[in-house]
Write a protein that binds this ligand. Structure first.
Ligand SMILES: Cc1cc2nc3c(=O)[nH]c(=O)nc-3n(C[C@H](O)[C@H](O)[C@H](O)COP(=O)(O)OP(=O)(O)OC[C@H]3O[C@@H](n4cnc5c(N)ncnc54)[C@H](O)[C@@H]3O)c2cc1C
Ligand SMILES: *[C@@H]1O[C@H](CO)[C@@H](O)[C@H](O)[C@H]1NC(C)=O
Ligand SMILES: *[C@@H]1O[C@H](CO)[C@@H](O)[C@H](O)[C@H]1NC(C)=O
Ligand SMILES: *[C@@H]1O[C@H](CO)[C@@H](O)[C@H](O)[C@H]1NC(C)=O
Ligand SMILES: *[C@@H]1O[C@H](CO)[C@@H](O)[C@H](O)[C@H]1NC(C)=O
Ligand SMILES: CC(=O)N[C@H]1CO[C@H](CO)[C@@H](O)[C@@H]1O
Length: 432
């Protein structure tokens, strides 16, 4: 690729910045990233106080590259103040199908990766004595893996942004960086992107890396479904920070509930639900091309996520605490929020050219697990952009056109738990 080929990337999350950094490192001095906000974008999905880093996957490809990523998170000096090691404890009830845990542990065994089986709740509580709850009323099954941890996502994104700037990437932020619509010619090639400021940005190639907002700019052919997931932050006292210092990342795979160890800088205990989530059908006035059955976060000026989660979401957040740390279950939260997943039917990412627009590359489909790949993502997304991925990866991350007519393709990758997905109601939508 000629190094002065202009590339405009919409979205400064982990996917967009990774590609920008890779292209600039390869010598392209004409890469521009557009976003609603200067990264770290406060309500972008790549930004929060923490994201889980683990390589526990049933799928060989993700296990392998997540291991590569984990090695970099834990060994590279530049991640020293960003990554914190912590064990991950995955638990399920005997009642529910245990396919996920069995799949993961057999994948770990196959690669000779150590983990500790926890045959019952007592074993889990012996290993982690601060777990004061019952853990599972009807039969517990689980394991823990000490080789995991969490990253301060906002700091990691700020560092990646700086690496982009240092390697020559330009940024357009705010209204002039907010894409409203692509301008295409008769053969579907994109000529420019129109912005909320009324300007247009021309380019040779465009990249759609707008995360959960992407279906508002190009038809996703049922490749993605944007779902909102709930999060809570609970303030801890100094004494509690000490008491829970070695708390593992506890993931209840029957419900999708999981927590992070206490966050030293903010003195918060954060927990969330990796579930089927909530959808938000856009209103007819909103700019989007594919109104049929899609879900979109509101496209507003970026700002901190509103202090809001639906009541049933809050209840699930508290119920999870009741299982592991009941002494905290009725405490006041500092904040609740929702954060948007870009789910794909299989949980696989998308890194491929769009079927309708020859010069539009799509990078995303994070499906609630994309962040951890930050240290290795530039190489993969760069190769996908140059069409040089090994065939098995190109197949895995292709833009599917075959989901187009499915009535409901979004059945997940086996890691989701809890109640069915539902549409936010009108009062809830007003608070997003
Ligand atoms: C609650 C939650 C918990 C998660 N936990 C984990 C975890 O523990 N571990 C893990 O590995 N992954 C986790 N993930 C998933 C991971 O965060 C995502 O897969 C990843 O961050 C997605 O990155 P992205 O670049 O696709 O999207 P984003 O980071 O959302 O980036 C898209 C960007 O596009 C911008 N944008 C949107 N529309 C426009 C427009 N029209 N014009 C200009 N800019 C626009 C947005 O402002 C945004 O900054 C979690 C996600 C959530 C929501
Ligand atoms: C960027 O692209 C423009 C338009 O093609 C070109 O004129 C310019 O030389 C390029 N800049 C660099 C640094 O390659
Ligand atoms: C997961 O959560 C559900 C609902 O709160 C609970 O019934 C179950 O016992 C929990 N399981 C584990 C393994 O913690
Ligand atoms: C659209 O733009 C591309 C790239 O500039 C060009 O090759 C193609 O001929 C154009 N198509 C039409 C119908 O103008
Ligand atoms: C796929 O798109 C069709 C037509 O747009 C729609 O009827 C169907 O419900 C969609 N399926 C999913 C899974 O969104
Ligand atoms: C994926 C998805 O959300 N599909 C929905 C499309 O719309 C129908 C009818 O509203 C829902 O039943 C599907 O769940």
């Amino acid at each position: 690729m000629a190094s002065d080929n202009r590339v405009v990337i919409i979205g400064a999350g982990v996917f967009g910045l990774s590609l920008a950094h890779q292209l600039a490192k390869e010598g392209n001095q004409n890469v521009t990233v557009m976003d609603r906000h200067v990264p770290p974008v406060p309500d972008g999905s790549s930004v929060d106080i923490s994201r889980v880093i683990r390589f526990d996957y049933t799928d060989d490809v993700y296990l392998t590259i997540a291991r590569e990523a984990h090695q970099r998170w834990s060994q590279l000096p530049k991640f020293k103040d960003i990554f914190s090691p912590a064990p991950i404890l995955a638990a399920m009830n005997n009642k529910t199908p245990r396919a996920w845990i069995e799949g993961v542990t057999s994948a770990l065994r196959k690669d000779d990766l150590p983990y500790t089986r926890l045959p019952n709740a007592d074993a889990a509580k012996r290993a982690f004595p601060m777990l004061s709850g019952d853990l599972a009323v009807s039969g517990f099954s689980g394991y823990y893996n000490s080789q995991a941890g969490w990253a301060d996502a906002a700091k990691a994104i700020a560092q990646l942004r700086d690496e982009c700037i240092e390697s020559g990437v330009s940024f357009i932020s705010g209204r002039a960086g907010t894409a409203i619509k692509f301008e295409t010619n008769a053969s579907g090639e994109i000529k420019a992107v129109r912005t909320a400021a009324g300007t247009t940005v021309e380019s040779d190639q465009f990249v759609l890396a707008a995360g959960a907002w992407s279906p508002g700019l190009a038809s996703m052919y049922n490749n993605t479904l944007s779902t909102a997931q709930v999060i809570a932050y609970l303030p801890l006292t100094e004494g509690e920070m000490q008491k829970y210092k070695n708390l593992p990342i506890y993931a209840n795979f029957s419900t999708g509930w999981f927590n992070f160890p206490p966050h030293e800088e903010t003195k918060m205990l954060k927990f969330a639900v990796h579930g089927w989530g909530y959808t938000r059908k856009p209103t007819p006035e909103e700019p989007n091309v594919d109104r049929s059955n899609i879900s979109l976060p509101p496209l507003r000026a970026a700002k901190a996520r509103p202090n809001f989660a639906p009541p049933d979401g809050e209840e699930r957040l508290r119920q999870g605490l009741r299982e592991i740390l009941p002494e905290l279950a009725d405490r006041e939260f500092d904040r609740l929020s929702v954060c948007w997943y870009t789910d794909t039917p299989s949980g696989d990412f998308i890194m491929d050219f769009h079927p309708d627009h020859k010069n539009l590359f799509v990078a995303g489909g994070g499906s609630g697990h994309g962040f951890k790949f930050l240290p290795v993502l530039p190489e993969y997304v760069g190769s996908a952009f140059h069409r040089t991925l090994p065939k098995h990866l190109a197949d895995k991350w292709r833009f599917h056109t075959d989901y187009k007519d499915d009535s409901d393709a979004f059945l997940g990758d086996g890691s989701r738990g809890g109640p069915e997905r539902r549409e936010f109601n009108a009062q809830e939508k007003a608070k997003l």
